[in-house]
Design a protein around this ligand. Structure first.
Ligand code: GTP
Ligand code: MG
Length: 693
């Protein structure tokens, strides 16, 4: 158990710790000279049962409240000190408020300097203290009169602390490791040592850790836990870690840093939180109010965005967004305290709800509903609540990381909730079962509607489909969902198009009439050098754009392949071409062949031969290495079965583009530079592609 002192200056905190532990925590020269505490002091007390109590002694001076805050982080138990002669003073009140905002529920009150007062004064101060405690988490806490001058009450206080330590529930160490650094120094022979309170999880010698938010990585060389050498440090212990790593020095690491498991390192500078404003404030907290944010042992400038209403009155509670001057290493559920920018008073405090707060649309009813889900402390209930409100999905990796939940515990949570998971880049998007069902039903319905309205189209564009379906998933997750459904054959994916697996595009009768005229032009004797769109348009006196549209449509239906811009080949021709090329390869040394060999066998002319080969390269049917190519035996049937009789094409011995008899003169097509990038790389029907692609 870690005990933290609290209380007004000179009320006897350090004297009490010295009497209890034998350690004078006022180490600094200036502290000795001025007779006051300035920085944090640390001491340990062994309990009779072998347990060790850690003490964090804090300064009471109003100028050092920021140090008090750094020390109060992570304490389990507060030892609030009030001098009987002075009674309740300003920092008694402020420290009590801070301890209350930090959520500390266990403690004892030491009424010190009772040797200086009479009995009526003693009971007067005890009444006053009880009144101050009443509205806090420490209401009804025991008050023990003591004197550090004559030792009165010290044994009773010590006994009370031992009993409290025994009753103190171990902090759950199942979470992931986080330690709030309060000191960093160099130890001769050891190197860099950091000390602090383990906020959650455990650390072992040899572990790799990250110093956040800086992002330095280090290895834990050795550990002292509660002042004793140890192999492990656990949540609720004060630990000293000897760290080794590049750039890990006394200068680079300091108070406010957090040592983490590497996966937890994700600094943030925009946090949504719940805030309670102290009733001692005189004015409401308005929009963009500047504050000092105290979190763990860090202290950072920030602005307050009020998320509901205009301003938060003294004593009020509200959701806020904290916009930080620089990033912090935090976790959901962490407590924080806000002070004014001149560091003169404590304004309020609360708990972090969401570390990935949006900069825009942060006040919408949907966002507020999400925040109330984030506010649920139990992670399983919080996740379940998040998945049942817009946008109806959550990033699992981010959720587990921001709450520092260990992998095994999170696995159990996910299993209990029966979640559907979608891989999306580095993240894992989760949907509840009802929402996944809603998504699937919406998707099938949208495809049915689309196919009915557009029987001639092979499918709907994936992005357009995504925007129609609720819950609207992020693009990578949506694609992952479609791939899963395609794998289960509930739908089919055709490049950038999605369709129901039973859907086949049909041409309208007008388009079919045109196709009836075009088809013979693409087939027959000149099928290896078919006319281009412009040529076909000229021959049939039909608008070029119309021919292009219909041929693209047929391309998506898997009947044509657009080898180069506006140059369509029948699917069967492509199969025959591959047959020719594999025959060429089979008769070449090392199965390697040149574009010239292909040109000669196909009789296409050089340009078209190269376009065909580049098209096949893109589809992985051929590989190119400098001027030679090989054929990929696994992809030979990508364009359908190769005809048995490999066609022999008469070769122009000079390799010139010959114009055989009967071939229309496509002057306009000839000599035109091929335009790359215009063809449809998704022209293959899905069943001819790799199942995995
Ligand atoms: N008579 C009497 N004097 C005490 C008692 N406790 C502390 N003192 C004296 O009060 C003075 C302040 O005591 P500290 O223990 O330094 O007080 P503190 O609360 O640690 O002060 P800061 O850390 O500066 O806030 C010292 O001179 C102590 O000797 C007590 O029980 N009786
Ligand atoms: Mg002191």
């Amino acid at each position: 158990m870690i005990v933290g002192t609290a209380g007004h200056i000179d009320h006897g905190k350090t004297s009490l710790v010295r009497l209890l532990t034998g350690v004078d925590t006022d180490r600094l020269k200036e502290e000795k000279a001025r007779g006051i505490s300035i920085d944090l002091g640390f001491a340990y007390l062994a309990a009779p049962d072998g347990d060790v109590l850690g003490f964090v002694d804090v300064p009471g001076h109003e100028r050092f409240v920021h140090n008090m805050l750094a020390g109060a982080t992570g304490i389990d138990f507060v030892l609030l000190v009030v001098a009987a002669n002075d009674g309740v003073m300003p920092q008694t009140v402020e420290h009590l408020a801070i301890v209350n905002l930090l959520g500390i529920e266990q403690g004892v009150i030491a009424l010190t300097k009772v040797d200086l007062v009479d009995a009526p004064r003693r009971s007067e101060v005890m009444d006053e203290i009880a009144r101050r405690l009443a509205p806090t988490r420490l209401a009804g806490t025991e008050i023990i009169p003591v004197s550090s001058a004559n030792g009165d009450g010290i044994d009773e206080l010590r006994g009370h602390l031992f009993a409290a330590a025994k009753a103190h529930k171990e902090r759950i160490s199942s979470g992931r490791f986080r330690l709030a650094v309060d000191r960093c120094f160099t130890l001769a022979g050891a190197g860099t040592v950091v000390t602090g309170t383990v906020l959650s999880g455990a650390v072992s010698v040899g572990d790799r850790v990250v110093i956040s938010p800086k992002g330095l990585t280090a290895r834990v060389r050795s550990i002292h836990a509660q002042n004793r050498p140890a192999q492990r440090g656990l949540a609720g212990e004060r630990c000293a870690l000897n760290l080794a790593g590049e750039g890990v020095s006394k200068e680079a690491v300091g108070r406010g840093d957090v040592i983490l498991e590497p996966e937890l390192h994700a600094p943030t500078s925009r946090i949504d939180a719940e805030l309670t404003v102290l009733s001692s404030e005189t004015k409401p907290i308005g929009h963009w109010f500047p504050v000092r944010l105290h979190h763990a042992a860090s202290d950072i400038g920030a602005r307050v965005v009020v998320l509901g209403g205009e301003a938060i009155p003294p004593g009020g509670e509200a959701h806020i967004q904290l916009v930080l001057e620089k990033p912090v290493a935090a976790a959901v559920g962490d407590c924080f305290v806000l002070r004014d920018t001149t560091a003169q008073r404590t304004i309020g405090g609360g708990r972090f709800l969401d570390l990935r707060a949006p900069a825009r649309k942060r006040r919408t009813p949907e966002r507020i509903a999400q925040l109330s889900a984030h506010a649920t402390a139990d992670p399983e209930r919080a996740l379940a609540a998040l998945l049942e409100r817009p946008p109806y999905y959550a990033d699992l990796a981010c959720f587990a990381r921001d709450r520092a939940i260990a992998a095994a515990d999170f696995g159990a949570i996910v299993e209990n909730l029966g979640i559907t998971k979608l891989a999306a880049g580095n993240s894992l998007i989760a949907l509840s079962t009802p929402q996944w069902t809603r998504f699937k039903q919406g998707l099938i319905a949208a495809l049915e509607i689309y196919h009915t309205a557009n029987p001639d189209l092979p499918g709907i564009g994936i992005e357009r489909l995504r925007l129609q379906i609720e819950p609207r998933l992020p693009a990578p997750a949506f694609l992952s969902a479609l791939q899963g459904l395609a794998h289960a054959r509930e739908i089919a994916l055709d490049g950038a198009w999605a369709r129901l697996s039973g859907h086949q595009a049909k041409l309208t009768s007008a388009d079919e009439d045109i196709w009836y005229q075009v088809q013979p032009l693409l087939g027959g004797i000149d099928r290896f050098r078919p006319p281009r769109v412009r040529d076909i348009a000229g021959i049939l006196t039909i608008a070029e754009s119309e021919i292009r549209r219909i041929l693209k449509l047929l391309g998506r239906m898997g009947k044509l392949d657009e080898v180069a811009h506006d140059h369509f080949f029948l699917r069967g021709t492509m199969a025959a071409i591959i047959g020719v090329i594999s025959d060429v390869a089979a008769h070449s040394p090392n199965d390697q062949f040149t574009a010239a060999q292909v040109r000669d066998r196909l009789g296409t002319g050089r340009k078209v031969a190269i376009q065909i080969l580049e098209f096949l390269d893109r589809h992985g049917v051929t590989y190119r290495q400098n001027d030679l190519r090989r054929i990929n035996k696994h992809r030979l049937d990508l364009f359908g079965r190769i005809p048995e009789d490999v066609p022999e094409v008469p070769t122009d011995r000079n390799g010139r583009e010959s114009s055989p008899v009967g071939r229309p003169d496509f002057k306009s097509g000839r000599g035109r530079e091929p335009v790359f990038g215009g063809f449809d790389s998704h022209s293959l029907p899905p069943d001819s592609r790799d199942a995995s692609s």
